[in-house]
Design a binder for this molecule. Sequence first.
Ligand code: SAH
Length: 377
Amino acid sequence: MELSLTDIAANQGSLENLMGHDRQALETFFASIGEKSFRATQVLKWVHQQGVYDFSEMTNLSKSLRSKLSSEAAFVVPEIINDQVSDDGTRKWLLRLEDGNSIETVFIPEAGRGTLCVSSQVGCALNCSFCATARQGFNRNLTSAEIIGQLRLANQLLVSAENERPVTNVVMMGMGEPLLNYDNVVRAMQLMQEDFAYGLSKRRVTLSTSGLLPEMQQLSKDCAVSLAVSLHAPDDELRNELVPINRKYPIRELMKACREYTRGLPHQKITFEYVMLDGVNDSDNDARKLAKMVGNVPCKINLIPFNPFENSGYSSSPLSRINRFRDILMQKGIMTVTRKTRGEEIDAACGQLAGKFTDRTRRTEHLQQIQTTGDLS
Ligand code: SAH
């Protein structure tokens, strides 16, 4: 049985939340209470594979150990406060965290696989001009427990007699920039790959980043999952505007880092994401420049039709334009697919995730000022 947030609150501060502990962290925990390290794998299986969070039900642990554990630790996951299903089967959950903030997680079912889109932060500190999450500002990083909790909850809610492991793929493409929450994201991704937990291969876990170079380099050493990079423009001038982190990590260096990421990994390709913005980045010339730019990187390109939100100031390129853009890239020998928009009518599509939280930056205030006064200062 799962402990509710109120149960936990009753124990205020006295219980350690072990939900986000990977195998190593759990082994350290057990050593600290004088227990053998194999307890870690036993407990991992109960929690992450069976969905049993209550120590009293972990029957392969001695009674005395169970009661000792119950007085010291707990497994806590976020609370589901809204559950929406779209016409195409895409499902979106609004999850409430212990501090009252909320985040969103999306499940996308497809033939033969189920992909979970996981959030890494409450809001986002980056300021990409076409993203709804960015407009809401930033509150904080998610803990590893809150990150892996999204996968645990999804598996629990989706499991059925026919389908024991409904989530077959994870994409770190929800709210936030995962590489700005490096340690917690890596710990959660270790758990995703852990045989005694979810057993997902590196190929089935994808991290999407706007291109933080030092962290990309570190990731290739610590946890070389599949990498998606949000590119969105064929030159620095436009990318500075759309993805402002480009001012710090410009395209040339980004391409070099992408080549290096794939170097140690035969068969690994970078997925470049490219949002199709009508009249902004979608001309034939843009496609040719893009092809040239990524030419030396083992890669494929995902074209993403822009998903609209209020006051975005952008619209999506029409399908005929997207197809033409794709054809040019394909003619240049670059594998290109157009990402199917899923869950749009429940605002679950790329860039539409919002959640509810307090902005701790002054971004929302600043935006309101611009909207009401037109003052850009
Ligand atoms: N911060 C990470 C993770 C976000 S992933 C990153 O930048 O990669 C979400 C993907 O959807 C990114 O490629 C993002 O640029 C894209 N996206 C954001 N807003 C969008 C919108 N309104 N329509 C379509 N795609 C969008």
